[in-house]
Design a protein around this ligand. Structure first.
Ligand SMILES: [Zn+2]
Length: 501
């Protein structure tokens, strides 16, 4: 733990002559603890004994959860390579009495840890993959920890231990006979690449859940109604005939010509798609050398929009463009679906229950050292030095700024109602997938958010176990929103592309 409200003051070595520093330290120590005690007293008035037990459980396990997150941060294993990260999570879940099913859906790093019996069955998701090239020290400046290595620039080192902490708190209540049912933690690899949850959803692993939870590190704290975009990721390959580009170009058929014509067609289409849609691509192969007519070329492309049905329509148009481009250049073409996400099916009822628990918990509090560290990060990034605020944002009736990214959590939300939380783990307005996230998620700012998320989610899970009418309302909204849509995972046939170890 890098900055702790209590240990920081005790372990700092003041200058021998600096009595004022000692006095300030003692004062700070007293104030910090007074704030903690006061807020604890306020909470204990409002919280039910079972919710109080959840808070105590997360606090009791906090050192172990922090150690797990710090280890996963250090391992920084990218998608489908999360062997050590998933192992320590599986081992810890096993030690806590969970029944652990290792290596589900053809992925050695995917697992399910469950406890209890019968209904309701409430799930919670955990991610642990790092982002390639995002290695960074715990520092307020951009400083690479290991050149070329991955780093937790999306905070997934916090995601999984936080969720497991919530599952453990619920498990303890089941164990004590306070609630009945089953709790299931899903270890879900490769969110940043192939989308491990999509393979798990294809296998029906979420279908028997009554509801599910997830959270994500962020610079804000709120019940997350923002949703996410549906997306399809595919590759268009063209193959022609090579020839000397100067001696006999008339004998060649250029795959690159087709790729360029394809891109032109996509640009023409851009005029005729909705403003909510996005199309982005790169030329992943454009031949080898200029003096050979390229026999092979490829374009890697993503299409996004607010609804999967609309993404599907654009995808159909783009496939025709590929066909037309191949016809014009007289070459062959092949389209390979890599992966696709649905849009998030937001569950407002569940989010309202979550919001009530955020209000019960109140804000995350930070030490002056943590706030000044946050401002240092912002200064280094050239953004406003407003610090860090762990105050839960008001519940919004409408979403004016829908999320523009995509996630495989959304695919789970079509199999069972999913309730999403975001919690402050970085300074204000720090962009995602940046060095500052890697840094913040490796120190106490991140740890505090993780423990807070564990408490908020477990308290809301408890509401669903204890209030059948609330769970029924959550499920009613899910069923109505899903309508007659049948979820079909957007994946190529066959097992997930797990690399050889
Ligand atoms: Zn993420």
């Amino acid at each position: 733990m890098f900055f702790s409200s209590i240990t920081f003051v005790v372990t700092l070595k003041p200058e021998p002559s600096s009595m004022s520093f000692i006095n300030k330290s003692v004062l700070l120590f007293l104030i910090t603890n007074l704030v903690i005690l006061t807020s604890f007293a306020q909470k204990s008035i409002k919280l039910s004994p079972d919710k109080q037990a959840i808070i105590s459980s997360v606090d009791k396990h906090s050192a172990e959860l922090i150690a797990l997150s710090d280890s996963i941060w250090k391992y920084a294993e990218p998608a489908l390579h999360e062997y050590r990260s998933s192992k320590i999570l599986m081992d810890y879940a096993g030690q806590q009495g969970f029944n652990v099913q290792r290596g589900v859906s053809g992925m050695p790093t995917a697992f399910i840890a469950s406890y209890g019996a019968g209904r309701p069955v409430i799930g919670i998701l955990g991610e642990y993959d790092a982002l390639p090239g995002m290695s960074q020290k715990v520092s307020s400046k951009e400083e690479v920890l290991k050149e070329g290595a991955a780093g937790h620039a999306c905070g997934h080192n916090l995601f999984s231990p936080g969720s497991l902490g919530a599952a453990i708190a619920i498990k303890e209540l089941i164990q004590q006979g306070k609630i009945k049912g089953t709790v299931r933690f899903y270890g879900t690899p490769a969110e940043e690449s192939i989308g491990g949850k999509i393979y798990m959803a294809r296998d029906g692993l979420f279908n028997d859940l009554d509801a599910c939870f997830d959270w994500h590190p962020d610079y804000q704290t709120k019940a997350d109604l923002d949703g996410s975009l549906s997306m399809v990721d595919f590759t268009v390959e063209f193959s022609g005939i090579s020839a000397h580009a100067s001696s006999n170009p008339w004998d060649g058929k250029s795959a690159l010509d087709a790729a360029q014509l394809f891109a032109d067609g996509v640009e023409m289409l851009r005029e005729h798609i909705r403003p909510t849609a996005r199309m982005h691509y790169v030329f992943s192969d454009g031949g080898d050398v200029p003096n050979v007519v390229p026999a092979h070329a490829a374009v890697w492309m993503w299409i996004r929009d607010r609804k999967q049905a609309d993404v599907e329509k654009i995808y159909e148009r783009v496939q025709k463009i590929a066909e037309g481009a191949a016809l014009m250049a007289d070459v062959k073409y092949k389209i390979t679906l890599n992966v696709g996400d649905y849009e998030m099916l937001v569950n407002r009822t569940g989010n309202m229950a979550l919001n009530s628990n955020l209000q019960l918990l109140g804000p995350i509090t930070y030490t002056p050292q943590e706030i000044s560290f946050a401002k240092e990060i912002q200064r280094s990034m050239g953004i406003d030095t407003t610090g860090i605020k762990g105050v839960p944002l008001p519940f919004k009736e409408t979403v004016d700024d829908p999320e523009t990214g995509s996630t495989d959590v959304a695919d789970v939300s079509w199999c069972t109602p999913d309730i999403s939380l975001i919690v402050t783990t970085t300074p204000d307005n720090v962009p995602g997938h940046s060095w500052a996230v890697t840094s913040s998620c490796g120190l106490s700012i991140g740890h505090k958010g993780m423990l807070y998320a564990a408490k908020a989610m477990a308290m809301t899970m408890l509401d669903l176990y204890q209030q059948p009418e609330l769970l029924a309302a959550v499920r009613k909204e899910f069923t109505e929103k899903k309508g007659d849509c049948v979820f079909k995972a957007m994946l190529p046939d066959g097992p997930p592309p797990v690399p050889q170890k």
